[in-house]
Design a protein around this ligand. Structure first.
Ligand code: SF4
Ligand code: SF4
Ligand code: FES
Length: 462
C-alpha cells in the first residue's frame, strides 16, 4: 500500500497572496478564481466550469494584478505567493463590458431562465449569462443590440436535445465536455471570427451526427444554447430528488428534476464514480417511468390461454392487447396465487425442486430478504444471484489477486492506472461513464489492452 508516512503529507501546501488588499491563502496550484470563491469573493465567469479544464476564452473573470499592465483571467491564473490581486473598478468595468457584449448577441427570447428572477427588470432568459448580468447590473445599450449578429437557425433533429446556437456565447464548455471529459469528439469549433460556431462532426445536424447522447454538453452549457428538449424554458421545478442511476452498476449519482410529479430532466451529481458525469441511459432514460404501458397492478393469466412464447411475443410486438392474455388482479390475489403454486411444487416434488435467482438490480436489503424467502419459505439453500453468471470469472480472479471477490476501488481510479486490461467487456456501451475514465487515462498516456473477439469502441483508444 502507498500510505502516506506523515499526516503532513496529506495536507495541501498553501501560498499567501493579497486579494483586494487582504492577505489570504490559496492551495498550491489553485487559481485566483477558486481561491477568491473560497474567501467569499465571487468573480464572474462563463467559460469556466468546475470539472472542465480552464480555457480562458471569455474574459468575464478578469482581475487586476499589481505590477502587470494587462488584466488577467482569474480562471486560469494560478495564485502565487506575494501576488497582489484586485477586483478593481477597471477589472469590473471590463467584466461588465464582456457580459454586455455577449448579452447583446442573445435572442430576445431565451431558452433557460429562472422565474425567481423574472420580477427583476435586469433578469434575462439566458441562464448563467443573465445571472451575471443581473449581479453586475449590466443592461445592453440599444446601439450594441442593433449590431446583433445574424441568428443561426435552431436544430431540433436530435430526439433528446435542442440546439439553439443563437444563444451560444462560444464559451467552448460543450466542446471540452464532449472532447475532454466524455472523449466522444463529436463537438468541434469551426469557422472564423464572427462566423465561429460549434459544430457536430462535419457541421451535421446533431441528430444525424455521431453524438452518443451522453448529454454532457447540455449540462455544461451556461446559456441554454444546448438544452434537454424537456427542460427548455423556466428552470423552476417543484422538487429535486437526489438518487442513484437505476441502470448499471457504475452507480452514478444524479438528481431528478420533478415538476407536476413527473421527471422533467436529470442532472449528474458529484459522486465517487461519476463526478457529475452521466451517460445517455442515466440522463435521458426516464420516460419509462411515466409510460402508460407500465405495470401498476399484478396481472394473472386468463384461464385457457396457453403459456407459449408466441403469445408473449405478440404482446411485445403490440400485435395483441395484454387483456387477451391476462386479467388485472389485486396484490393479495396475485401473491396468494404465486405462493400457493410455489408451496404446491415444494410439497409435491420436495424442497430441492425449487430455486431462487436474485437480481443484481436489487438492493442489499432486497437480496437479504430474497435469500430469506428461499431458505425459510422454500426450505432449501438453492439460492443464487445473477452475478454468479456474469462475474464468475472476475470473482475468481479478484479472490486470487486481491483476496476479495468484490471490487476494491471506485471505477474512476483507472484514471491513475498505467495499464488497463479490458477482457470481454464493452464499457462504452455497457458502463459508459466508467469508459470515460478509461478514455481519459488513455489520453494522458495510459495503455489500454483489449482482449475481446470483437474490436469494441474502447478499441479505438487501446
Ligand atoms: S453551445 Fe453552450 S456550451 Fe457550447 S459554446 Fe455555446 S454557449 Fe458554450
Ligand atoms: S454509466 Fe450510465 S447507466 Fe451506468 S450508472 Fe452511470 S449514468 Fe447510469
Ligand atoms: S471564465 Fe475566465 S476567461 Fe472565461
Amino acid at each position: 500500500m502507498n500510505a502516506p508516512i506523515k499526516p503532513s503529507d496529506l495536507m495541501p501546501q498553501t501560498v499567501e497572496f493579497k486579494l483586494n488588499d487582504q492577505s489570504v491563502k490559496a492551495y498550491e496550484g489553485e487559481t485566483i478564481l477558486k481561491a477568491a470563491q473560497r474567501h467569499g469573493v465571487e468573480i464572474p465567469h462563463l467559460c469556466y466550469k468546475d470539472g472542465l479544464r480552464a480555457d480562458g476564452n471569455c474574459r468575464a473573470c478578469v482581475v487586476e494584478i499589481k505590477g502587470e499592465r494587462t488584466l488577467a483571467p482569474s480562471c486560469c491564473r494560478t495564485a502565487t505567493a506575494g501576488l497582489e490581486v484586485l477586483v478593481s473598478d477597471r477589472a469590473v468595468k471590463s467584466q461588465k463590458m464582456v457580459v454586455e457584449m455577449l448579452l447583446s448577441d442573445m435572442p430576445d427570447n431565451g431558452y433557460k431562465w429562472n422565474d425567481d428572477h423574472s420580477a427583476s427588470p435586469h433578469a434575462g432568459e439566458h441562464g448563467e449569462l443573465s445571472e451575471w448580468a443581473h449581479r453586475l447590473d449590466v443592461q445592453v445599450r440599444p446601439e450594441l443590440k442593433a449590431l446583433r449578429r445574424e441568428q443561426p437557425a435552431c436544430d431540433v433533429s436530435h430526439p433528446a436535445m435542442a440546439v439553439n446556437l443563437d444563444a451560444c456565447i462560444q464559451c467552448n464548455r460543450c466542446v471540452r465536455a464532449c472532447r475532454e471529459e466524455q472523449v466522444n469528439d463529436v463537438i468541434g469549433y469551426a469557422h472564423r471570427g464572427a462566423y465561429s460556431q460549434i459544430v457536430f462532426d462535419l457541421n451535421d445536424d446533431m441528430g444525424h451526427s455521431s453524438c452518443v447522447a451522453c448529454g454532457e454538453c447540455v449540462q455544461a452549457c451556461p446559456t441554454g444554447a444546448l438544452m434537454p428538449k424537456t427542460q427548455i424554458g423556466s428552470q423552476v421545478v417543484d422538487k429535486k430528488v437526489d438518487s442513484v442511476c437505476p441502470f448499471c452498476g457504475v452507480g452514478c449519482l444524479l438528481t431528478y428534476n420533478v415538476k407536476d410529479n413527473k421527471i422533467v430532466s436529470v442532472d449528474g451529481r458529484d459522486g465517487p464514480a461519476n463526478h457529475n458525469r452521466l451517460c445517455v441511459k442515466g440522463r435521458f432514460g426516464f420516460d419509462y417511468i411515466h409510460n402508460p404501458q407500465r405495470l401498476t397492478l399484478p396481472l394473472i393469466r386468463k384461464p385457457g390461454v396457453p403459456k407459449d412464447p408466441e403469445s408473449i411475443d405478440q404482446l411485445n410486438r403490440d400485435a395483441a392487447h395484454w387483456s387477451e392474455v391476462f386479467r388485472e388482479a389485486t396484490w393479495e390475489e396475485a401473491l396468494a396465487l404465486a405462493s400457493g403454486k410455489l408451496k404446491q411444487l415444494r410439497d409435491t416434488h420436495g424442497k430441492k425442486a425449487l430455486a431462487g435467482f436474485g437480481s443484481a438490480k436489487g438492493s442489499n436489503e432486497e437480496a437479504y430478504l430474497f435469500q430469506k424467502l428461499v431458505r425459510t419459505g422454500f426450505g432449501s439453500n438453492n439460492v443464487d444471484h445473477c452475478t454468479r453468471l456474469c462475474h464468475a470469472s472476475s470473482v475468481a480472479a479478484l479472490l486470487e489477486g486481491v483476496g476479495s471477490g468484490a471490487v476494491s476501488n471506485q471505477v474512476n481510479d483507472v484514471e491513475h492506472a498505467g495499464l488497463i486490461f479490458v477482457i470481454g467487456s464493452n464499457p462504452t456501451t455497457n458502463h459508459p461513464v466508467a469508459a470515460t475514465w478509461m478514455k481519459n487515462a488513455a489520453k494522458r498516456g495510459a495503455k489500454i489492452v483489449l482482449a475481446d473477439p470483437r474490436v469494441t469502441d474502447i478499441g479505438n483508444h487501446a
